[in-house]
Design a protein around this ligand. Structure first.
Ligand code: FE2
Length: 276
């Protein structure tokens, strides 16, 4: 897999693809395979749902995916296909509605590893200060760990390694699974999360392995080869492989009448293009 060799220090990681460019869908599919994410500048500043639908259609992504956590009566307020992410003091979602930073996670707390393959974040308005989206090439870090400390890597594959628990006040649900796995095609997939939703089972896998693995991943997530901050400007969309990268967010500050506003949409599918 090409992403295992990606180096996020490469200046090309900052490049944007114009949605109107000839061959944009093919370019995006190729870049996503190389590094797990791509940024596309959308042509029109129409309603976000319409802009996102034109992008998802071009990438043959099918219908948006509603995460398992948002299919309960208690969480139905968050079950829209297009989720507004902006500060809202009246709302109690721990991630969507605050200006706080977000630690490393993958989207889909209750969903099986690999189920949500694509996330798109479309920027309607940037923060006054901060608010970069952070990307961690957790798959490449895992591949490095597998070479250096196979027992630690094995612990991350254990089906009982990581429990994630909802921190939405209205609902108490959780799911256990491996931190990394191999899908039916033989490709690595990730569920690496290191935030307040996590309970680690340190008895999973070879003795001491999971503690060493976690220490390795925490260091690797600061390594500029594996970590990148992406600052979106209005009209730009970040597309990333939620099954191949972990992500987070820097804290931010809003101006009172100009709140940072992103729209998020998830897909169970992988982007493909006519020649891809
Ligand atoms: Fe997220």
């Amino acid at each position: 897999m090409q992403q295992l060799q990606a180096d996020f220090r490469d200046p090309r990681c900052a490049q944007r693809v114009g949605f109107r460019e000839h061959d944009a869908p093919n370019q995006l599919v190729r870049i996503l395979e190389e590094r797990g994410f791509a940024v596309v500048t959308m042509a029109d500043s129409g309603p976000p749902d319409a802009v996102l639908t034109s992008l998802s259609t071009a990438l043959r992504l099918g219908d948006p995916y509603i995460p398992a956590l948002y299919r309960y009566a208690e969480t139905k307020d968050y079950s829209a296909s297009f989720t507004d992410i902006r500060s809202d003091t009246k709302d109690r979602h721990p991630g969507f509605s605050t200006t706080a930073g977000q630690a490393w996670h993958v989207d889909g707390l209750l969903d099986d590893i690999g189920d949500i393959k694509t996330t798109i974040l479309y920027c309607v308005r940037a923060a006054h200060q901060g608010g970069d989206t952070l990307l961690f090439n957790s798959l490449a870090a895992f591949a490095e760990l597998r070479e250096k400390d196979p027992d630690a890597a094995e612990a991350l594959l254990a089906p009982s390694a990581l429990n994630r628990r909802s921190t939405i006040p209205a609902i108490d649900v959780n799911a256990t699974g491996p931190v990394f796995s191999v899908d039916e095609k033989g490709d690595l997939i990730t569920r690496y999360t290191d935030n307040e939703t996590c309970t680690w089972n340190f008895s999973a896998g070879p003795p001491g392995g999971l503690r060493r693995a976690l220490a390795f991943l925490r260091t690797a997530s600061d390594d500029p080869r594996y970590r990148l901050a992406v600052r979106l400007t209005p009209g730009e969309a970040l597309i990333f492989r939620n099954d191949r990268l972990s992500h987070g967010r820097q804290p931010y500050e809003d101006k009172p009448d100009a709140r940072r506003h992103l729209v998020r949409v998830l897909y169970a599918d992988v982007p493909t293009a006519p020649s891809g």
